[in-house]
Design a protein around this ligand. Structure first.
Ligand code: HEM
Length: 346
């Protein structure tokens, strides 16, 4: 297992983490200003955030996760995806965890999430244990980030230092969920645009797509490729022939929409670089996977090749890009709240 450390210039921030954990007054945004420089005080996220207020936070997350993934290996994938779908909609603020209520229209019913996103019970169990150990200290948004990192570690992927201190939103955005999460039939240009909107570049796009080295997709998300890719009742010619025939048996032209197929059939519960090896030979499941190589953008194709050849390089870049994704628009300081129950505002 590759152990990677993504290092940050947090020396000063870590000294201040005690105050930060308890009150974190006035923290705003991510790492913009030198904390003691002329620009005034500005705090972001930092790995030691719970060092004094809830030192056992990560251990609690890991113990619940370990059990859940042992019971159902796919859960690692489902939890990673929860964090992604959280961060792409108004930032990493646990908005995705909110249920419908008098004041909230849940993101759980958006096109990308409905009948698809899962893992909420595992997050509930983690939260319940954390509330027992350190009441109202650890945010649901940080639980998602910790659980995503843990899921990758437990399935054989890299470890990295994870900036913490996100707070939870008091609102969800159904429309944001419908418009900001890229659809599976995206072109390469679409994908680049969706990621740019979140401050993520092409390298992040390719590395984070490597999240599809674990987990599954429903037939409805790739059916078009088998029967009607170009609107003329033809298959996607970039799909390798035997792989295509196998997919057709899982995903018939009518019905079977909820049948599932692994995103990386060679090692569906192992976090490794085989996803990229499959893409190179026409065995990526979704259009959005395939276009990383067939989209004909030279430097993106080169990245796919490099990740396929060098797993350490993929792990290193994946860890960096996960930190970047986890830093999308966090609520800090007096913004947001620490929910008592991840499914509802306090
Ligand atoms: C690049 C654009 C992306 C598109 C178009 C996309 C699309 C999809 C789709 C359609 C599914 C299957 C959903 C279903 O059948 O219900 C899926 C599953 C999944 N996605 Fe993505 N995804 C993208 C990026 C990402 C990223 C950045 C991550 C994480 C870093 C990720 C992690 C996952 C995981 C782990 C699963 C499997 C979930 C499970 O088995 O429960 N995806 N994705």
């Amino acid at each position: 297992m590759a152990l990677l450390k993504v290092t940050f210039g947090f020396t000063i921030l870590s000294v201040l983490s005690f105050t930060g954990s308890l009150a974190h007054p006035g923290f705003s945004g991510w790492g913009g200003t030198d904390p003691i420089g002329g620009g005034g005080v500005s705090f972001g996220l930092f790995p030691e955030f719970y060092q004094f207020s809830c030192p056992q936070a990560n251990d609690i997350v890991m113990s619940v996760l370990k059990k859940a993934i042992a019971e159902e290996p796919r859960m690692a994938a489902s939890i990673l995806r929860l964090h992604f779908h959280d961060c792409f909609v108004q930032g990493c603020d646990a908005s995705i965890l909110l249920d419908d209520s008098a004041t909230v229209v849940s993101e759980k019913n958006s096109g990308p999430n409905r009948n698809s996103i899962r893992g909420f019970e595992v997050i509930d169990e983690i939260k319940a244990k954390l509330e027992e150990a350190c009441p109202q200290i650890v945010s649901c948004a940080d639980i998602l980030a910790l659980a995503a990192r843990g899921s990758i570690l437990l399935t054989g992927g890299p470890y990295w230092e994870l900036p913490l201190g996100r707070r939870d939103s008091r609102a969800a955005s159904l429309s944001g969920s419908n418009t900001n999460i890229p659809p599976p039939n995206s072109t390469i240009q679409n994908l680049i645009t969706f990621f740019k909107r979140q401050g993520l570049n092409e390298v992040d796009l390719v590395a984070l797509s490597g999240g599809h080295t674990i987990g599954v997709a429903r037939c409805v998300t790739f059916k078009q490729r088998l029967y009607n890719q170009n609107g003329q009742n033809q298959r996607d010619e970039t799909l390798e022939k035997t792989y295509y025939l196998g997919l057709k048996s899982v995903c018939p032209i009518s019905g079977g929409d909820n049948n599932i197929s692994p995103l990386d059939f060679s090692s569906p519960v192992r976090f490794d670089n085989s996803y990229f090896k499959l893409i190179l030979c026409g065995k990526g499941l979704l259009t959005s996977d395939a276009v990383l190589f067939t989209g004909n953008i030279g430097y993106i194709m080169d990245l796919v090749r490099s990740f396929a050849e060098d797993e350490d390089f993929f792990f290193h870049q994946f860890a960096k890009s996960m930190v970047k994704m986890g830093n999308i628009n966090p609520l800090t300081g007096f913004n947001g709240e620490i929910r008592k129950n991840c499914r509802g505002v306090n």
